[in-house]
Write a protein that binds this ligand. Structure first.
Ligand code: AHG
Ligand code: MN
Ligand code: MN
Length: 345
């Protein structure tokens, strides 16, 4: 059986881009190598050298750093940092971006990552992952500036994620379709398993931390109440699935459709998820798969962040489901009827 490897696929994609130099293929190859190292570590967590548990440190987000968070951050930074393809690496785990020193031959790309997404699921054998995003350096000269680090979401060159789950899967887009590759653990090689992924136009699953109900605003509550109503002719009630690892919740949404939401709430008035490391890369993937990603009122990819650690609300998934959410959230405060407007619109 003829199988396409991830590197073959990346090379083919790069070839279709006039002026390509091979630098993008090199960068993606290094990302793939780092992801294999983390996959191996995740698969054997609990045996040998203990990688489970906390480091005792608190990161820039004010969150406890797990050993695997730190291990993934160091692995990606070391490998991608030496690839001679990037000039800066920004990570959810670090306050300031790592600027590649001149002696390491910096390249033209900016690499952004959430090295380990779903930290709360590390110790309990539930899916976790890595999310990444690639931009091109825009400013002239050697210095890396805000113009490079705070680009609009739709200026991404590529984005992807890896889920370390029942199998390890690598999903990416370079703006020309979304492709998934499954790791064959016996060969240590990723093979194309999901060619040209498309999000269904509408799904039947919603995904949210409903434990936050009491700190949601009225429109958010109405939105979820509507999804739970018994109305078979419009496909409701929707099912609820919430893993608590964005990357895994998104992966299911990409394959099965529906909507993932992390709205703003009383405790996180800006929202919880991070633009550069979580929302923007997944939005780029969602749109490339025919889906939609919104803050509830604005397209995620239209946003340029003010800082690399900016947070925002996220509604992402099937086009129709995200549009339905936007309609509810735009409703006059506390009034029902968003669903009706959406159905008749
Ligand atoms: P991270 O592990 O990178 O800090 O991200 C955690 C995020 C995301 O993966 C998930 O969707 C969300 O936090 C879960 O938050 P709650 O525990 O508040 O539901
Ligand atoms: Mn995360
Ligand atoms: Mn993380």
């Amino acid at each position: 059986m003829e199988r396409t490897t991830l590197v073959q696929h990346i090379r083919q994609q790069e070839k279709s881009n006039p002026g390509a130099t091979g630098e993008f293929t090199s960068l993606m190859t290094e990302i793939m190598v780092a992801s294999k190292i983390i996959s191996l570590e995740v698969n054997s967590a609990g045996i040998g050298e203990n990688i489970l548990g906390l480091t005792g440190k608190i990161n820039v987000q004010g969150e406890e750093v797990q050993k695997l968070d730190e291990f993934s951050d160091i692995t990606f930074t070391t490998i991608v940092g030496k690839s001679e393809t990037v000039c800066a690496i920004a990570s959810e785990e670090k306050e300031d971006p790592y600027i590649v020193p001149q002696e390491d031959n910096p390249g033209k790309y900016i690499f952004m990552m959430d090295p380990l997404d779903g930290s709360s699921n590390i110790d309990v054998n539930v899916n976790i992952g890595t999310i990444f995003s690639i931009y091109k350096k825009k400013s002239e000269g050697n210095e890396v500036t805000d113009e490079d680090l705070l680009q609009r979401g739709d200026e991404q060159i590529a984005a992807g994620y890896i889920v370390y789950g029942s199998s390890t899967i690598f999903v990416y887009t370079s703006g020309n379709g979304v492709y998934g590759f499954t790791l064959d653990p016996s060969l240590g090689e990723f093979f194309l398993s999901h060619p040209d992924l498309r999000i269904p136009g509408q799904g039947s699953i919603y995904s949210a931390n409903e434990g936050n109900w009491g700190i949601w605003d009225e429109n958010q509550k109405n939105l979820v109440s509507n999804l739970k109503e018994d109305n078979p002719s419009s496909g409701r009630p929707y099912k609820l699935r919430y893993i608590g690892s964005l990357v895994a919740d998104f992966h299911r949404t990409l394959l099965k459709g529906g909507i993932f939401m992390y709205p703003k709430d009383k405790n996180s008035p800006e929202g919880k998820l991070r633009f550069s490391f979580e929302a923007a890369p997944l939005a780029f993937i969602a749109e490339n798969a025919g889906g939609k990603a919104s803050t509830g009122s604005e397209r995620i990819l239209d946003i340029a962040p003010k800082g690399i650690h900016d947070r925002l609300p996220l509604f992402i998934g099937s086009k129709k489901d995200v549009e339905m959410a936007e309609t509810h959230l735009a409703a006059e405060k506390g009034k029902k009827g968003g669903w009706f407007k959406w159905l008749s619109g």
